[in-house]
Design a protein around this ligand. Structure first.
Ligand code: KG4
Ligand code: ZN
Length: 345
C-alpha cells in the first residue's frame, strides 16, 4: 500500500559528498545517507573536481538505494524528487541532476531543482519543526558567507555577503598554512581547544559602518604573514595559539555582524547554517549573543550543517508548493533542468 505521507527523495552532489535522503511531509527525516569523499581528497589538500565527479558517479545509485532502504520505502512511494542543481562544481552537480532526472522520467515522479544555499537554510526547518518564516539566517560554508532575510519559504533576500573568501575557505587555507590538513575547519576547531584565543590579535575586518558584508582574506593573510615572520625570526610557533586566535577573530567578526543585523532588522529568530555552523565557538558565541538579545537561536546538528540531502529534500518540498497542496504541489521543473555552477538565488 502507498505510504500516506508526502515523501521527498533528496539528492545532493554539489561538492565532495554524495548524499540521498527520504523526508516525510517536508520535515521528518526518514533517512539521510552521506558518502563523504574526504579521505580521497585529503591527500591533495582540497577537492579535486574531476575525482569528485568520478566518485559521485560510482556512489550515486548505491547511496539512493541505501536511503530508500533505510527509510523502508521504494520509488513507488516517492511523491517528489529534489536535487541540488547549483551552485557548486559543475561536473559534480551534473551527476546528481542526471540521476534525479532519470528516476523522475522512469518513474514519472515530479522533479524540483534546489539552490544549495536554500537547502542549507532549510536544515533549520528540520532542526526546529515549529520554525516558520520570517527570520534571519546566517549561511556560513566553504563557498558562501551570507546574511539572509528569510521572508517566506521561497522568498529570501541577501542582506550581506563576503567580498572575498568565504569563512570556511579561510579556515581551510589557514589550516593548510598551519600544516593541520584538510578539511581545515574541524581541525582548527579541535586545535584551538588547546590554545589561547588572545595570544595573537588578528584583524577583525568590519568594513563600512553600516555594512553587513564580510571580508576574511585580510585575516587569512594576517595569519600567513605572522607565520612567515615568526619562522624568519627562528621562533617556534604555537599552532594551538594561532588556531585559537584566528578562530576567535572570525567568530568575533560574525558575532559583531549578527548583532548589527539583528539590531537593523528587528528579527527575533536567528538561524545558523552551512558547514562552518558546526564550529563549536561560533555556536556558543551566537547562542550567547541571542540569549543576551532575547532572540531565539536555531542551529541544526552537525549532520544537517554539512552538505546533506535531507536539507535539499526539505527545500524541495517547500519550493514545489507542497504545503498548500499536501499531495504534491505544482511548482515543478521538467527534464530540461540543468546543473548551473553559478545558479543565482
Ligand atoms: O557547507 P559545507 O559542508 O560545504 C559547502 O557548501 O561549502 O561547508 C564546508 C566547510 C569547509 O570549509 C569546512 O572546513 C567547514 O565547512 N567546517 C568547519 C567546521 N566543520 C566544517 N569550519 C569551522 N569549524 C568546524 N567545526
Ligand atoms: Zn554546502
Amino acid at each position: 500500500m502507498k505510504d500516506t505521507r508526502h515523501l521527498t527523495l533528496g539528492i545532493e552532489s554539489s561538492c565532495d559528498e554524495t548524499s540521498a535522503a527520504v523526508v516525510a511531509d517536508g520535515r521528518t527525516v526518514l533517512s539521510n545517507v552521506i558518502a563523504s569523499q574526504v579521505p580521497t581528497h585529503k591527500i591533495f589538500g582540497g577537492v579535486v573536481p574531476e575525482i569528485a565527479s568520478r566518485h559521485h558517479l560510482e556512489n550515486v545509485n548505491p547511496v539512493i538505494a541505501m536511503a530508500l532502504g533505510e527509510a523502508g520505502v521504494t520509488l513507488d512511494d516517492v511523491d517528489l524528487i529534489g536535487v541540488t542543481n547549483g551552485p557548486g562544481l559543475v561536473g559534480a552537480l551534473l551527476i546528481g541532476v542526471a540521476a534525479a532526472k532519470t528516476i523522475a522520467f522512469a518513474k514519472d515522479i515530479p522533479l524540483v531543482g534546489v539552490h544549495h544555499i536554500r537547502g542549507h537554510v532549510a536544515a533549520n526547518f528540520i532542526a526546529d519543526p515549529a520554525l516558520e518564516p520570517p527570520f534571519l539566517a546566517f549561511v556560513v560554508s566553504g563557498g558562501h558567507t551570507h546574511i539572509m532575510e528569510i521572508r517566506d519559504y521561497n522568498d529570501a533576500v541577501i542582506l550581506g555577503r563576503t567580498r572575498d573568501d568565504a569563512a570556511g575557505e579561510a579556515f581551510d587555507k589557514v589550516a593548510r598554512v598551519l600544516g593541520l590538513g584538510y578539511p581545515g575547519g574541524p581541525l582548527i576547531d579541535r586545535a584551538a581547544r588547546g590554545g589561547d584565543p588572545h595570544a595573537i590579535e588578528f584583524k577583525r575586518v568590519l568594513l563600512e559602518k553600516d555594512s553587513l558584508d564580510f571580508s576574511f582574506s585580510g585575516t587569512k593573510t594576517g595569519v600567513l604573514n605572522y607565520m612567515n615572520r615568526e619562522k624568519a625570526l627562528g621562533h617556534t610557533v604555537s599552532v594551538p595559539d594561532v588556531a585559537a586566535s584566528f578562530q576567535q577573530s572570525v567568530v568575533d567578526t560574525i558575532v559583531t555582524k549578527a548583532d548589527h543585523a539583528l539590531e537593523k532588522t528587528g528579527y527575533r529568530t536567528l538561524a545558523l547554517a552551512g558547514g562552518v555552523a558546526s564550529n563549536s565557538l561560533l555556536r556558543e558565541s551566537l547562542a550567547a549573543l541571542c540569549e543576551k538579545r532575547g532572540v531565539r537561536f536555531i542551529c541544526p546538528p552537525p549532520v544537517l550543517c554539512t552538505d546533506n540531502a535531507a536539507m535539499i529534500a526539505c527545500a524541495a518540498y517547500y519550493k514545489a508548493g507542497a504545503p498548500k497542496t499536501p499531495r504534491g504541489g505544482t511548482n515543478f521543473d521538467d527534464l530540461r533542468l540543468d546543473a548551473d555552477p553559478n545558479l543565482p538565488l
